[in-house]
Each structure stands twice: as structure tokens, then as C-alpha cells.
Design a binder for this molecule. Structure first.
Ligand code: NAP
Length: 275
């Protein structure tokens, strides 16, 4: 959101629900009138809906809660988009695929394995039914600077820097295409400015399993005391099944924007932690 706000051609207001930050307004998509942000006065040209229940294992054991936060929140946000004649941008995921044959293209057959994936796909389908003026942007393994530092790379870098001594058991068979949040913002801005519609995959060209990704980060911090132990997903007892060969292909957006590039994990580490 901070990157979107830096775009001089856009007037962007970010919202929070439970986690306030200095640059966001409180907004509950189920109760716009009870929110501190006056959406009607702002009259948005575009609504970017990121609301969802994103704890994948929790979703598996709490499907009703997942449905509410992921599917019903999308329906509520779509109603607002209809009311204010706004373009609707939705952030989706590679968890709508089964991971038998990733990385995936936009038109590949979907087959979500988890409750989270099913609800994200259901939300996509509702959007396509309700409005042509939408963008569905699928992403996976997001990293980058964020206040809570809760993404995998931020967590690893923090642990490595503080000298924490810990062994992490990570799935060696879960592959994805990590993406820097700043690249998402860059492409979102471009697609909106060009008034594009439809589904796009956003991803780097790196295809890494969790162990490879963690090693890439920890190698950057030679004094790290974190250790990695490779495990198979079936040994980890995760409540929700994961798409193993997940990840996303980006031929479509690269063909439309050959000049725009996706950055790599190393680019990020160099920029963020390099001397
Ligand atoms: N991170 C990834 O690697 C990844 C990968 C694929 C797809 N995605 C998608 O990207 C989106 C953002 O995910 P994230 O990783 O940033 O997780 P997150 O922090 O859990 O994002 C969910 C967002 O929804 C907001 N929200 C929840 N209920 C709301 C409500 N009733 N009204 C308004 N806002 C509400 C939350 O606000 P508060 O935080 O203030 O509660 C939060 O900003 C999700 O749609 C997710 O499915 C993420």
C-alpha cells in the first residue's frame, strides 16, 4: 500500500480492519457506515479488495469463518464497487490450483485442495459473474517490507540478525514463485492506469521450494544461527493440504509489458540488508 501511495498519479487511501497503522483508515467492509473512512465522499474509481482469512490451516478447521472473511467480504466489497461505479481489483492465490503441475498459467484448470483455496476461487467466480470491470491478480509467497514483518523472508532475516538459535523444519516439496510486494504494487498501478481487465498472474521467475528459499535468505547472513531441516509436507502435520508444485507463470503480463521486470529475492536482500 505504501508503494501505491507513492504513485503521483493516484490518490490512494489504505484501510485496516484490526491492525491500525499510521497511514491507514479503519474500514469494515461489512459495516461501511461504522467505519472512520467516508467511502461515499471519496467515491473511489477503484477498489482493491485484499480482505480474506489468510491463515490457511485455521481456515481448514474453521470453514464458516473462512467463508465469511473471504467469500462474504468479497460480496460486500463488490456491492460497494457497484454502488460507486468502481473498478474491482481482487488479490488471489496459486492455492486455487492443486499443485500437480505448476507453475500455472492464467487459463490452467483450477482444483483447490484446501478450504482457503476453495473460498478464494469461489470469490474469483463471483467477481467474474458480477462485473466485467475487474482485475483478478493471482500471487504467491509475498515478501518485502511491512510493519508486522510477518512474511517468511522478513521473519527469517529478523531471526538471523538477532542471532536466534533455532531449527526450522520446512517442506522441501512445496514449490512456489516468490514475489516482492513492491513488484505487485508496480504492476497493479500499471494495470489500473491502462484500464486492463481480467485475470493476471504476478510472480518472479524464481521457482523455489521452502528449503531453497530459506537457505537463500540465511546464506545472506553468515552469522545466523538458524538451522534448516528438510521435511516432506506429509511429515509436517499441516491441517490444510498445500499445492506442492504451485507457483505462477507470467507470460501474459510479460508479453503486454516487456519493459517491466519482476525482481528477485537476492535483489531484495541486497537492497534491504546490503552494505
Ligand atoms: N501473503 C501472501 O503470500 C499471499 C499469497 C497469495 C494471496 N494473498 C492474498 O493477498 C491478500 C492479503 O493477504 P496478506 O498476506 O496481506 O494477509 P492479511 O494481512 O491477513 O490480509 C487480510 C486483510 O484483510 C483485512 N480485513 C479482514 N477483514 C476485513 C473486513 N471485515 N473489512 C476490511 N478489511 C478486512 C485485514 O485487515 P487487518 O490486518 O487490519 O485485520 C488484512 O489487511 C489476501 O486476499 C490473500 O488471500 C496473499
Amino acid at each position: 500500500m505504501q508503494w501505491l501511495q507513492k504513485d503521483p498519479d493516484m490518490n490512494v487511501v489504505g484501510s485496516h480492519f484490526s491492525f491500525a497503522t499510521i497511514d491507514t483508515e479503519y474500514f469494515n467492509v461489512f459495516n461501511p457506515a461504522g467505519s472512520t473512512f467516508d467511502l461515499a465522499a471519496f467515491a473511489p474509481d477503484v477498489i482493491i479488495h485484499t480482505g480474506a482469512l489468510t491463515h490457511v490451516d485455521h481456515c481448514e478447521t474453521h470453514p464458516e469463518e473462512s467463508f465469511h472473511h473471504t467469500v462474504e467480504s468479497t460480496i460486500a466489497a463488490l456491492e460497494l464497487a457497484e454502488k460507486y461505479h468502481s473498478k474491482f481489483v481482487y488479490i488471489s492465490t496459486d492455492y486455487i490450483f492443486d499443485g500437480e503441475a505448476g507453475p500455472y498459467r492464467e487459463y490452467d484448470a483450477t482444483n483447490p485442495l484446501s478450504v482457503y483455496g476453495k473460498h478464494k476461487l469461489q470469490a474469483e467466480e463471483i467477481i467474474r459473474e458480477k462485473t466485467d470491470d475487474h482485475l483478478i491478480l493471482r500471487i504467491t509467497n509475498v515478501y518485502g517490507d511491512e510493519v508486522r514483518g510477518k512474511n517468511f523472508i522478513a521473519f527469517l532475516a529478523r531471526s538471523a540478525q538477532t542471532g536466534e538459535e533455532r531449527t526450522l523444519r520446512l517442506p522441501v516439496d512445496q514449490y512456489a514463485t516468490p514475489i516482492n510486494a513492491r513488484d505487485i504494487a508496480k504492476f497493479v498501478c500499471q494495470l489500473i492506469k491502462d484500464d486492463k481487465q481480467g485475470t493476471y498472474h504476478l510472480a518472479s521467475d524464481e521457482y523455489l521450494n521452502r528449503v531453497e528459499l530459506a537457505k537463500k535468505v540465511l546464506d545472506y547472513f553468515p552469522s545466523s544461527r538458524m538451522k534448516i531441516e528438510a521435511a516432506l509436507s506429509c511429515e509436517l502435520g499441516q491441517a490444510a493440504p498445500r499445492p506442492l508444485k504451485g507457483g505462477l507463470k507470467t507470460d501474459k503480463i510479460k508479453n503486454e509489458y516487456p519493459e517491466l521486470k519482476f525482481t528477485t529475492v537476492e535483489d531484495y536482500l541486497e537492497e534491504r540488508y546490503g552494505i
